[in-house]
Design a binder for this molecule. Structure first.
Ligand SMILES: Cc1cc2nc3c(=O)[nH]c(=O)nc-3n(C[C@H](O)[C@H](O)[C@H](O)COP(=O)(O)OP(=O)(O)OC[C@H]3O[C@@H](n4cnc5c(N)ncnc54)[C@H](O)[C@@H]3O)c2cc1C
Length: 418
């Protein structure tokens, strides 16, 4: 490996975007990636003949999502996921009425207004505590679980209401034909220049005039380094920093735990649509917050599978139980929603494993109550720009936890390293 000006650790969206920006600015860099592929938490696999994203699924807030810009500029097809979606809410096993949907929407508006208003007040409290006055609403357990556990992948009893409000996603949600992971590999990775795969970084010495980075494939030196591994990898001590990171940055890492969202594809090989139109989303009214639930998305964009999502504490419990426990849960939830005949149709079951993967250790971060400023702290470069962090965890543009946010944070870090 030649010694470049900048070393980038991790070939996820943040690392690739940082490399592309550096190269566009005429600087040399190398990306060191522990695994054998680019994309990180954006990863597409095949389920039968159809693309299935194990990680990032939608390009949120599409009008300010640079990955969407890149895809459109290259002529790729992006589909408006909201326009192709219909919703069914099951109440005691039966589809809710139009009045039930109105009631849900009214409750969701009260939830939004309450949480955004509370986010502007001191002190910063948890999302659960912010909902104290809404507990009599029969929909609140469902909405809290949907917003905090399924979307933010977080535990609402720990999630900062200010961090939730700052990253409450707006705008259009687009789906990339062929999957987001494939899009990243096809359009972003080629802009990043040299990527060394299988190079696991173990130690970064940043006290010197430059940086020395030790990897499983040898030592690389450079003027500066951008670290894009997940906050979960940092918290687990997967990389030794010499000198150790200052208290500010260590505190910020501790305040940004990894949430977990597990995705499950239930393949129906005979193509039976089970009476559901493509794009049908099925959720269930819950009787208590954080009741384990699998939300279902049938035949996304015509595929022959039902995608299931389970997030927050329930996802961590299942991950601890192993893949078998997650598959059993998925079939039980499918049966509860669509009946035993649907379960009998299921062939291969594909389960994501972000929680147990040592290169990620979760899906994406949330800030703990009282620590909404942690993302900005972790994103503050050290030693005059010799060491900087990027990735979804440090995004302060309202897109934390997303590929769009990872992209922006990578570009920002590229502009700040020496
Ligand atoms: C199930 C799930 C669903 C999601 N849904 C969406 C969605 O719909 N829309 C959306 O926008 N976002 C979604 N996200 C979030 C999105 O995928 C992430 O925010 C984004 O991909 C993070 O990119 P990153 O570059 O910050 O980190 P990563 O993708 O984690 O990149 C870090 C890279 O560092 C590598 N690495 C780790 N340790 C080392 C080491 N020691 N040495 C070298 N390399 C190392 C890793 O292998 C990885 O490639 C989802 C994520 C998950 C898991």
């Amino acid at each position: 490996m030649n010694n470049p000006e900048v070393i980038i650790v991790g070939a996820g969206v943040a690392g690739l975007a940082a490399a592309a920006a550096l190269r566009e600015g005429g600087r040399s860099c190398v990306v060191l990636e522990a695994s054998q592929r680019a994309g990180g938490r954006a990863r597409t696999v095949l389920v039968g003949a159809d693309a299935f994203d194990l990680g990032a699924t939608w390009l949120h807030d599409a009008d300010r999502n640079k990955l969407a810009d890149l895809a459109l500029a290259a002529g790729d097809t992006l589909i408006d996921a909201d326009a192709t979606r219909t919703r069914i809410t099951l109440i005691d096993g039966q589809p809710g009425t139009v009045e039930d949907e109105y009631a849900y929407n009214r409750a969701a508006q009260r939830f939004d207004t309450t949480c955004h208003a509370r986010a502007g007040l001191d002190p910063d409290i948890s999302l659960s505590d912010a909902l104290a006055d809404l507990r009599d609403d029969p929909w609140m357990a469902t909405i809290e679980t949907w917003e905090a556990a399924q979307i933010a992948a977080a535990d609402p009893r720990r999630l900062s209401v200010r961090d939730w409000a700052a990253n409450d996603l707006q705008g259009r949600n687009l789906w990339a034909e062929g999957g987001i992971g494939a899009l990243v590999e096809r359009r972003l990775a080629p802009l990043a220049g040299e990527i060394v795969f299988g190079a696991k970084v173990t130690r970064i010495a940043w006290g010197g005039p430059g940086v020395t980075v030790e990897t499983s494939q040898g030592v690389v030196r450079a003027e500066s380094c951008i670290v894009t591994v997940s906050a979960g990898v940092l918290a687990a001590g997967g990389i030794t920093f010499d000198p150790p990171l200052p208290e500010t940055h260590r505190g910020a890492i501790d305040a940004l735990p990894m949430g977990l969202l597990t995705k499950i594809a239930l393949h129906i090989p005979d193509g039976d649509r089970l009476g559901l139109a493509p794009g049908t989303s099925i959720r269930r009214r819950l009787s208590r917050p954080l009741e384990p639930v699998l939300s279902l998305h049938a035949w996304p964009h015509g595929a022959r599978h039902i995608a299931g999502f389970v997030g927050g504490p329930a996802a961590w419990d299942l991950a601890r139980g192993g893949e078998g426990a997650t598959k059993a849960f998925a079939l039980q939830q499918l049966g509860q929603a669509l009946g035993v005949a649907a379960v009998a149709k299921v062939g291969e079951i594909t389960v994501s494993s972000w929680g147990t993967d040592p290169l990620h250790r979760g899906a994406y971060t949330y800030a703990l109550a009282g620590h909404a400023g942690a993302r900005a702290v972790l994103g503050t470069p050290l030693a005059g720009g010799r060491l900087a962090f990027a990735g979804e965890a440090v995004c302060t543009d309202g897109l934390a936890g997303t590929v769009g946010g990872a992209f922006l944070s990578g570009e920002r870090a590229a502009g700040m390293v020496r």
